[in-house]
Design a protein around this ligand. Structure first.
Ligand code: 6R9
Length: 645
């Protein structure tokens, strides 16, 4: 499969931003002369004061990342105001509702008015530059307005995915010390209501410092009301002026915080700043998707994830693109929905996740083939490794062989694409993220941190800084250094395993740390274990991922009950409920296996390797079990193994 190569057509290469002939030289320059390369790239955005200093970064302690440090700009100005002379009446956002009969177009001029009104309303509620604003919203245009309104006045947004539980919302509000929440009465997904206001009320029982909740009326459903704290969006926004000056922000002023799971502890607040992030997301959006003026671009992610931040909102809008926002799900009202939306809005560039592709693939080709999709030009994939079958189907059935697939590898922490094909420049191989983007220096190292050359497999690191990367963990710089720069000194460690083939193509093999990727959503095993352990009857638990046909990875939990507690199906349901309540339905364990002990070394460390093998059904290759404190544990594990369904 490493040899299977797909060349872009002449139709693609003839007008591509970057061609094969340009790629190598430009890549070399970006690595050998980052100041020159990124200095030039800075010109693509609008600065109130142009930066004279470009790169000032160190991956050695004390880790410090600064780009364009004397530049002054505003992200919302770049996404809105600067387009007004040429594009006031061009559509900035197309919103496609959960209900196929609901959609609307928002022009750049309207975007400016809506964002400015909300920004003024926030100011009227006392929000100032640097304050953190929590956004817990459905996929409606107002979610984008909320993000840009914060950016406009220099407030730092923290978007929490609407599928997270009240507990998760509470943790994130408290961690970033936010005293204002923007939400909606209810969300709507696949015809079902999501009780956002109710969840917010629940979360806020433990957040006494939240003094304002702005509630958008989305469904009109009944909600409880706290008159001292809650205000309707329309009551405080509609009367505001459509004029709101953009705050002057330093390039290194924070733009947003986004929580993400790692292998230890609670989710961490990944902090992104303004200048480098805007240059990086706008550049990658234009070059990786080969975005051409006037095209309709659709990323199916939710704005609660980094993909939504960088490639629904900031990258596309900085480029003056038309970005489609979708409220619904791929299978509602039926499995044709994605392709019907493509036809309805004449989508040219479509960006989704392998989990969605797999779910649609198994329903058969008819759902796709009965639609036209003739406008599609480029297809994208993100969130997890894409398996060969899904890639081939996406290419042949969805794209009819004419649309290059960009398999973009990146992370919340990286801000934007890192390893990815460029449609007109890099021939693709199914399942490979191919080559590094400009300015990205991947290194594959062995367990001791030795750099490996040529074809090899090991741990994926990045050797030097790029403008879009995170700057710190909010209020915990030590954790930032510890998590990303201490495993392999002087390098950014991604947590992913990776293989490089004879052609220098990169193949991401998945996480090598204790992070599980379920349908493209990241969870730390420790995070799920601590939720399970909250159940009164649970003594201890261990969670691992296992290969899952649809989700990529599923969640397999080994649970030890307290003495005197009887395992039962009822008890399993209760444990599942606890996890759903503490983290959210997206972290629901697929399998629970009762155990009386866990495989531990004599020093008490759980041997997860064995648990992973048992969960995956690879019972013939358990490896060395002689270092276990009690090797008999393994027999019981195998005897009671649950077959995932
Ligand atoms: C953007 C995003 C990051 C983790 C990452 C890796 C996995 C993302 C991938 C991919 C293989 C791709 N991942 N894209 N693996 N090929 N194209 O997903 O951010 O939610 O932080 O997840 O997702 O394991 O480390 P995030």
């Amino acid at each position: 499969m490493t040899k299977e190569l797909f060349q872009p057509s002449a139709a693609i290469t003839s007008k591509a931003h970057i061609t094969a002939a340009q790629y190598d030289a430009l890549y070399q320059r970006s690595i050998s002369d980052p100041d020159g390369f990124w200095g030039d790239m800075a010109d693509r955005i609008t600065w109130f004061k142009k930066p004279t200093k470009i790169k000032n970064t160190s991956f050695n302690a004390p880790v410090s990342i600064k780009w364009y440090e004397d530049g002054v700009l505003n992200a919302a100005y770049n996404c809105i105001d600067r387009h007004l002379p040429a594009r006031a009446n061009q559509t900035a956002l197309i919103w496609e509702g959960d209900n196929p009969n609901e959609s609307k177009h928002i022009t750049y001029a309207q975007l400016k008015d809506e964002v400015s009104k909300l920004a003024n309303a926030l100011k009227a509620r006392g929000v100032k530059k640097g304050d953190r604003v929590t956004i817990y919203m459905p996929m409606v245009p107002e979610a984008t307005y909320a993000m840009l309104a914060c950016a406009r006045i220099g407030a730092v947004h923290s978007v929490v995915f609407g599928g997270f539980s009240p507990d998760s919302l509470k943790d994130r509000i408290l961690d970033c010390d936010s005293n204002i929440v923007i939400t909606a009465d209810e969300g709507l997904r696949g015809g079902k209501k999501v009780p956002l206001k109710k969840n917010t009320d629940e979360a806020l029982k433990s957040c006494p410092d939240v003094s304002t909740v702005i509630v958008l009326k989305r469904t009109g459903g009944d909600v409880a009301w706290n008159a001292k704290r809650d205000v309707w969006w329309h009551d405080i926004v509609d009367t505001q002026s459509t004029d709101c000056p953009c705050e002057e922000m330093n390039a290194e002023d924070p733009l947003f915080i986004l929580y993400t799971s790692g292998s230890t502890g609670k989710p961490k607040g990944v902090l992104h700043t303004t200048g480098g992030y805007m240059v990086y997301t706008s550049l990658t959006h234009e070059w990786v998707f080969d975005y051409q003026p006037g095209e309709v671009y659709w990323c199916t992610a939710d704005v609660g994830w980094v993909t939504g931040h960088s490639y629904i909102v900031y990258g596309p809008l900085a480029n003056g693109a038309t970005s489609l926002i979708f409220e619904g799900v791929p299978n509602y009202p039926d499995f044709s929905r994605f392709w019907q939306v493509v036809d309805k809005h004449k989508v040219n560039i479509f960006y989704t996740a392998p989990t969605a592709i797999r779910a649609l693939l198994r329903e058969g080709d008819e759902w796709v083939k009965k639609t036209s999709r003739s406008t599609l030009r480029i297809l994208g994939s993100v969130g997890e490794p894409i398996n060969h079958e899904a890639w081939m189907w996406y290419n042949a059935v969805v794209g009819e062989g004419r649309c290059p697939i960009v398999d973009t590898w990146w992370q919340t922490e990286t801000g934007g694409h890192m390893i990815t094909p460029l449609p007109g420049a890099v021939a693709t191989k199914p399942g490979s993220a191919t080559k590094p983007f400009f300015g990205v220096a991947p290194e594959i190292v062995d367990g001791e941190g030795h750099i490996m050359n040529g074809p090899c497999e090991g741990n994926l690191c990045i050797a030097d800084a790029w403008p879009g990367m995170m700057r710190t963990v909010f209020r915990d710089h030590a954790r930032f250094e510890q998590t990303y720069f201490s495993t392999f000194k002087g390098k950014y460690f991604t947590g992913d395993g990776c293989r490089r083939d004879d052609d220098g193509y990169y193949w991401i093999t998945g996480r090598v740390d204790d992070v599980i990727n379920v349908s493209g959503h990241r969870f730390g095993t420790a995070e799920i274990e601590s939720a399970i352990n909250e159940h009164d009857c649970v003594a201890e638990s261990a969670v691992v991922g296992f290969p899952h046909d649809l989700k990529g990875q599923g969640i397999y939990a080994y649970v030890i009950l307290n003495t005197g507690r009887e395992p039962s199906e009822e008890m399993k349901k209760e444990i599942v409920q606890v996890v759903r309540k503490i983290i959210g339905p997206i972290a629901t364990p697929d399998v629970i296996q009762w155990v009386s002990g866990l495989p531990k070394t004599r020093s008490g460390k759980i041997m997860r390797r064995i648990l992973r093998k048992v969960a995956a059904g690879e019972i013939d290759s358990l490896g060395d079990t002689s270092t276990l404190a009690d090797p008999a544990v393994v027999d019981e594990l195998l005897k009671n193994r649950q077959t995932p369904t």
